[in-house]
Design a protein around this ligand. Structure first.
Ligand code: MHF
Ligand code: KIV
Ligand code: MG
Length: 290
């Protein structure tokens, strides 16, 4: 990572027409639980590209540039190899494609765990390069000091506890968390520590429903569940999972569509028409004038 930050003008939004909605802010998300009169669950989805962000933006409160792009975009087996520049580049694309939703970027493995200082440098780089509003990092009590350090220096942080995929090599897989009392207690304590450190929201991933209830009731910021029941203050999924574009999905995913089937069917038709010389026709062909 370069320590000399260059001004990146490409992050300015390219929206040509005025949009009907203003961008939500991090304080509004944090106040969701205490201030709001609507109290509807917060809606969050992942986004990795500008066009995807354009399509999701008006429907979501938060767009997460997740390090799940490892599996979804790059065909990597885990999120471990993801770099700061991969996250910065996709986050910049998502910011360009969005107007309304708060854009949050995952801090990749290895970019924040060492010290609050390392985390600040990495998070500042992500926000400078992308124009995103906030970062998300994995971990509980052990990251509380870092969350406070960043927040006090102008970088809002979303927490992520329970099933933390960057710890896959320690956890030994992606099984749901909190099946014994000690682990359940730890997850609730982790959520409370992040809340007290100033996290503006906390993702609860892959935890049993009683833990989601206890954590949600025990913190002042909203909780956002993924595989954590309907008892959280919000919900997140990986967009490609719910659209049916990713081949293997966790049990907590509802497949709303089968976009993979639509793509396969469409591409098969294209291939057939090209081979039969029935595409292109005169409609798609340039001819000299006169
Ligand atoms: N496409 C995608 N969706 C995700 O939700 C996701 C990613 N990628 N990448 C980063 C992490 C990894 N996550 C995962 C990955 C696998 C399982 C999974 O296979 N769960 C199994 C149970 C596994 C076990 O019990 O050992 C399941 O059937 O739910 C869960 C979450 C969640 N995140
Ligand atoms: C699944 C969400 C919470 C995430 O961290 C990701 O997409 O990387
Ligand atoms: Mg992630």
């Amino acid at each position: 990572m370069s320590t000399t930050f260059q001004l990146d003008t490409s992050t300015s939004r390219a929206n040509p027409t005025p949009q009907p909605m203003r961008r939500l802010t991090v304080p509004k998300i944090r106040a969701h639980k205490t201030g709001g009169e609507t109290r509807e669950p917060l809606v969050m989805l992942t986004a990795y590209t500008a066009r995807q962000a354009q399509l999701l933006d008006a429907h979501c409160d938060i767009l997460l540039v997740g390090d799940s792009l490892a599996q979804v975009i790059y065909g990597l087996p885990t999120t471990i190899p993801v770099t700061l520049d991969m996250m910065a580049n996709h986050a910049a694309a998502v910011v360009r494609g969005s107007y309304h939703a708060v854009v949050v970027v995952d801090m990749p493995f290895g970019s924040y765990e060492q010290s609050p200082q390392q985390a600040f440098e990495s998070a500042a780089y992500l926000l400078k390069q992308s124009g995103a509003a906030a970062v998300k990092l994995e971990g509980g009590e052990q990251m509380a000091e870092t969350v406070a350090f960043l927040n006090q220096r102008g970088i809002p942080v979303m927490g992520h506890v329970g099933l933390t995929p960057q710890a896959v090599n320690v956890l030994g897989g992606y099984a749901a968390r909190g099946r014994d009392d000690a682990e359940a207690k730890k997850i609730v304590g982790d959520a409370k520590a992040l809340d007290e450190a100033g996290a503006f929201a906390i993702v609860l991933e892959g935890v049993l429903e009683p833990i989601a209830i206890e954590a949600t009731q025990g913190v002042s910021c909203p909780t956002i569940g993924i595989g954590a029941s309907a008892q959280c203050d919000g919900q997140v999924l990986v967009t490609e999972d719910m659209l049916g574009m990713f081949e293997r999905v966790p049990r907590f995913v509802k497949k709303y569509e089968d976009i993979a089937a639509v793509i396969e069917k469409t591409v098969a038709q294209y291939a057939e028409e090209v081979r039969a010389r029935s595409f292109p026709t005169s409609d798609q062909t340039y001819q000299p004038k006169g």
